[in-house]
Design a protein around this ligand. Structure first.
Ligand SMILES: [Fe+2]
Ligand SMILES: [Fe+2]
Length: 170
């Protein structure tokens, strides 16, 4: 697990790292279903989670530490895999409950590693009290907050690069 940590070669773009490590999740029916659900503003959950994966890779590389990039990308892609429209009134506690729901769904559809589970389960920290255990999960909580804030204010990081990743996995 921790032995999978490495650095990514300078020649690899953030975009191709997401496309490479996230391929099976991006190609899955379940992740494609996330298109149906709006996350913030005009950004749907598939676009949001792909943006978070991209941002997480970008931040991780800046720290020059080693990461399990497969877990980082897959965990980011699945962190909001709750598969319902959270704007419906009966999902009132969504902020507190969706991380557990996302983990339950992810574990049913994919083989989830302990780091990936930590990323998904703890991404709402500090709203959900238990702090992340792995550095990959800390990076995703930061990336998620940056992307979410930008989406709420109508300036999503979802752009051509993210669109290209998703177009490769239609
Ligand atoms: Fe979330
Ligand atoms: Fe999120």
């Amino acid at each position: 697990m921790l032995e999978n940590r490495q650095r990514i070669s300078k020649k690899t773009s953030n975009q191709s790292a997401v496309a490479h490590y996230g391929a099976d999740v991006l190609d899955s029916k379940g992740h494609k279903r996330c298109k149906k659900f709006i996350q913030h503003g005009n950004t749907n959950v598939r676009q949001h989670t792909t943006s978070v994966a991209y941002m997480a890779v970008a931040i991780a590389r800046k720290t020059h530490l080693k990461y399990d990039y497969s877990a980082l990308v897959r965990g980011a892609l699945l962190h909001d895999y709750f598969l319902y429209d959270w704007h419906e009134p009966h999902h009132g506690l969504h902020g507190y409950t969706h991380a557990s729901k996302a983990l339950e769904n992810a574990a049913a559809d994919f083989a989830i590693s302990p780091i990936e589970a930590d990323i998904i389960k703890k991404h709402m920290w500090p709203l959900n009290i238990k702090p992340p255990r792995y550095r990959e999960a800390i990076i995703v909580t930061i990336a998620d907050k940056i992307c979410s804030t930008k989406e709420v204010f109508g300036k999503p990081i979802y752009d051509k690069k993210i669109e290209e990743i998703l177009n490769e996995h239609k």
